[in-house]
Design a protein. Structure first.
Length: 268
């Protein structure tokens, strides 16, 4: 049963049915901004300019960026190019033809956090990158499929891991999804690998992200000297897709659906 302010034994907050509306509003704005930024991703464009556009869109919507000022971070997005796994810092570097990039945006709307990321390509999408993007996207959707009451977080991770590894790719272990709602990060940690039936049981009213990072090479990562940018140790390409979801009585609602069907770079 959904109950106001209730927490599970694992410290996971259970939200009320009415709270889904707030998450949908926040998620819809984040998704719309990522839709609108697509036309600004092209060879010669800088990641810093993309970030400035995102910040302007957040401000124009009367919302707040959750990342500006978060632990000293100064940007409205993370933009991770090629072998950058996550938390890439926008800057003056210009995109080259064939670069793939993840853009991650979190906004605050009326106190609710909308968190989502997706992949883009500058110019022509290379064949090996195309395959990586598709496997990463599909692994996310399989993880969401496994997100329903009675299943466990281990079931989500197992669905993602087995699919990626079946395609001879690896799942990053060093970063994970997280609970959110009226806070940016909260329990649980949502691992993208695992064994069926392990971890906390899913309950109606749980809000969290699923955001698998999948590498063409090995899963190991390292964080650069800026204390943010995580890269693959073997310099292999990495991809990530992220949705925020809420557990319902029968499955999961996605809060961050693309309003124009542009969640995947080859769509729309």
């Amino acid at each position: 049963m959904i109950g106001k302010g209730r927490q599970t034994r694992d410290g996971i907050r259970i939200y009320e049915t009415a709270d889904f509306a707030g998450m949908h509003r926040a998620g819809a704005l984040a998704a719309r901004i990522l839709d609108e930024v697509a036309e600004h991703v092209f060879p010669g464009q800088s990641t810093g300019e993309i970030d400035r556009l995102i910040e302007a869109k957040v401000d124009a919507a009367g919302a707040k960026s959750a990342t500006i000022g978060y632990r000293g971070y100064q940007h409205a997005s993370c933009i991770s190019v090629n072998h950058v796994v996550c938390h890439g810092i926008p800057g003056d570097k210009k995109l080259k033809d064939g670069d793939i990039l993840n853009i991650d945006v979190t906004v605050i709307v009326d106190g609710w956090f909308g968190d989502t990321s997706r992949m883009y390509v500058a110019g022509k999408l290379p064949r090996k990158a195309e395959r990586l993007l598709q496997v990463t996207h599909d692994s996310l959707m399989l993880g969401i499929e496994a997100a329903k009451p009675g299943n466990t977080f281990g079931d989500i991770g197992h669905a993602i891991q087995t699919y990626a590894e079946k395609h001879r790719m690896s799942v990053v272990r060093d970063f994970c999804g997280h609970g959110l709602g009226q806070v940016f990060h909260a329990p649980p940690n949502v691992l993208h690998y695992g064994r069926p039936g392990t971890g906390a049981k899913l309950e109606e009213g749980m809000f969290f992200t699923i955001e698998p990072m999948v590498n063409l090479g090995r899963p190991e990562t390292k964080v650069l000297a800026d204390d943010w940018t995580a890269v693959t140790r073997d310099k292999s390409l990495s991809a990530q897709f992220e949705h925020s979801i809420g557990i319902t009585a029968t499955g999961a609602e996605i809060f961050t659906l693309s309003p124009n069907g542009k969640f995947h770079p080859t769509w729309g």
